[in-house]
Every structure is written in C-alpha cells, then in structure tokens.
Write a protein that binds this ligand. Structure first.
Ligand code: MRU
Length: 365
C-alpha cells in the first residue's frame, strides 16, 4: 500500500474508512476494472456489503460488522436494537470467524454501557478493531519478513512467493496478512516476486494482481492449476496464504483451492505458511471438521464475469444454466501440511495455535 511514510496505515487504509457517522468502502465487486467507493450509512448497508462481497476477506468482514453495529445504534441504542443488529450481521457469511469475533467483542463492550452512551462506545470499539487489525498486519509482516529473509538464496535473486485468493490490504484494515511479509520485504529492500493464483470461481487472484500492480510489486498471474508445475520447476520458494478460520488443532479454512497448494508444496518439500491475526483462531472448533464451509451459488461456476467489447461489466455463460454444480467457497488444510502460522506475536507451529491463542486470550487480534 502506498502511504505517506510518516502516516500510520490506519489513517490511510483505502479499503474501509470511517467518515463521521458513516463508513466508506472500496467496492471489491467492481475491481479490478473500476475503483469505486460506496458509503455505508445503515445496518442494512453494512449487512449487504458483507453478503454481496463488496467487502470480503476475514478481517475486513469483521471490521465491517463492527461498524454495522455502530450504524445500527445511530437510530436506536436499545438492547433490542443491539440484539437485532447482531442477529442480522451474524448470518451474512458463515466461514470467516472474524465476523463472530468482532460481534462478540462489540456485544461484550456495549452490554456494559447504558443505551445513552452506546452510540459513541460502538464507534470507538469499531475504530479500535480497525486500528488493532492494522497493527496486527504490521507485526505479521515483520515475522513473515524473517521467513522470507531466511529463504533468500543469493543477493539480488528475488524470493518467489506463491499466494492464493486475496489476503492483502484489500482484505484487511492494514497491509494484509499473507501479503504483509511481501510489503515488509519491499520496504526492507529484499527483492520479492509473487505468483498469484487466479482463484476460481470468484477470481480473487485478480484482486491480488490489481493490488500488487498498484503498489509496484513484481507479480505474475497464473491459473490455479499451474502451481504444482511451477513448484516442480523450482520457481517457487514458499507459499503464504491467509485464513478464514483456524481450528484449535491448527486445521485451517481458507479459500477453496488452498489445500491443493499445501499438498503440492509438501510434495515438493516447499514451506507452506498461513498468516493470520489471532481473531481468526476459533478455539471452540476442535478441528477442521467443525468449521462451517460456505456453499455458494452455482452460477459462480456456470458463468464468468468481466468486461464486454464495449468495456461494460458483463457475465458470459460457460456451462449450461442447468448444469449441476457444487460450489464450496473454502476448504480445510490439515495442520500437518502447514509449516507455520505467522501471527502478530511470532511464527507458531500449527498444532500449537490453540494453546497460543488461549494464552493470549483477550480481545487483541
Ligand atoms: O470469500 P472471500 O474472498 O471473503 O475469502 C477470502 C479468503 O479466503 C482470504 O484468503 C482470507 O479471508 C484471508 S484475508 C486476509
């Protein structure tokens, strides 16, 4: 992210920004073709933004939900309104646990505040969640940078990182999770190149390519199926991905296709890292089988979107409309395939993540 060097990233985060009593978001459904901002002024706006994936990525979903609570309380700060806002936002998307983490935190904070003071308290807590996520991203970046430094074979040769989906600044309130080490490497003068996996069916890899291009980071977009071949050719040094929910035993849900990358990395003896804030760890899920996996509309597989010859957004059908389709949005990578989880407090063995999160439990991401 290009920010003035003396400005805290939280003040310049272009993905989600508070403006008085409303919130401005970058509409990710229009990227990479159009950079358009949308104003969220009501609870319904916030819920729709999450559900329609105008905002996406686990930490950003959590922050948006927190602001959704603040927006809801603008007109009614009663216990009933608070409960309604929580119920409305909690069902917007099922897998990213940061949504539940943020709503739990808002609920705990506001339960101890009388209705007259709730509005202010809600904005304050949502601002804190956004700020702390940016700080967590910065710390993840530094711990991930140490891993990239260790992989740098010879001076001047870039470290080749493969990533899947988008876990950059578009998906968080700061520099991202999986991409935070890449931004830290650039800032430290370590040459880095990113293989960007396309991420069918919603093509979040295009968001990553857009983000990296905007920030001048060398990258190459590849079809999802190219990853194993690139690894076999010795053109990948490590894989870093984000996470939507990490179970207590380290099993990790992330965008569908992540597990295939982990399997290919293990087959080629390449390190596979997950980068995430502690708000993504769900200690109430003992293992990956307990993580709810979002099932999405089959048309995401049957159709593909882009610009038509006149430069207008359009979908084309690539399968018959009645083609049977299964569209899980996430998969689970077993802890045994993960070489480390890069957290804001250091790199942790996957099987230790539940213990680490427990020992630090509180509200800090
Ligand atoms: O369906 P999405 O686009 O919200 O899924 C996002 C991912 O899977 C990301 O990799 C994950 O949330 C980490 S974001 C820092």
């Amino acid at each position: 992210m290009q920010t003035p060097s003396n400005a805290p990233v939280t003040d310049t985060c272009p993905t989600l920004r508070r403006e008085g009593d409303s919130v401005l978001i970058l509409d990710q459904t229009r990227l990479p073709h159009e950079e358009a901002f949308v104003r969220l002024a009501t609870l319904a706006d916030a819920a729709l933004a999450i559900r329609s994936m105008q905002v996406r990525g686990a930490p950003l979903i959590g922050a948006t939900a927190a602001y959704g609570v603040a927006l809801a309380l603008a007109s009614d700060a009663s216990d009933a309104a608070l409960a309604d806002a929580d119920a409305c936002l909690r069902t917007t998307r099922p897998t990213a646990v940061n949504l539940h983490w943020a709503l739990d935190r808002m609920g705990r904070k506001l339960a101890s505040v009388a209705p007259a003071g709730r509005r202010e308290a809600a904005w304050g807590e949502a601002d804190a969640i956004r700020r702390e996520d940016a700080d967590a991203n910065a710390a993840i970046g530094q711990h991930g940078l140490a891993l990239l430094n260790a992989l740098a074979a010879e001076p001047g040769r870039p470290v080749h990182v493969l990533t899947h989906c988008n876990a950059g600044w578009l998906a968080t309130c700061g520099h991202g999770t999986a991409l935070a080490p890449v931004y830290a490497a650039r800032a430290a003068g370590l040459p880095v190149h990113v293989w960007v996996s396309e991420t069918r069916p919603r093509n979040q890899g295009l968001l990553t390519a857009w983000e990296l291009r905007r920030d001048g980071i060398p990258h190459t977009l590849v079809a999802d199926n190219a990853a194993a071949w690139l690894m076999a050719e010795g053109r990948v040094d490590c894989v870093i991905v984000g996470a939507d929910r990490i179970a207590a035993n380290g099993d990790t849900a992330n965008k569908v296709g992540t597990c295939l990358k982990a399997l290919a990395a293990r087959a080629h003896a390449l390190p596979f890292y997950v980068a995430a804030p502690l708000s993504t760890v769900d200690r109430s899920c003992p293992n990956g089988r307990a993580i709810p996996i979002e099932a999405r509309d089959g048309d995401e597989i049957r159709r593909i979107g882009g610009l038509d010859d006149n430069g207008r957004p359009a979908f084309v059908h690539i399968a018959p409309p009645d083609s049977p389709v299964c569209n899980p949005a996430f998969d689970v990578t077993p802890a045994a395939l993960i070489d480390g989880i890069v957290t804001p407090v250091g790199v942790c063995a996957a099987h230790d993540i539940g213990r680490l999160a427990g020992s630090l439990s509180g509200d800090s991401p």
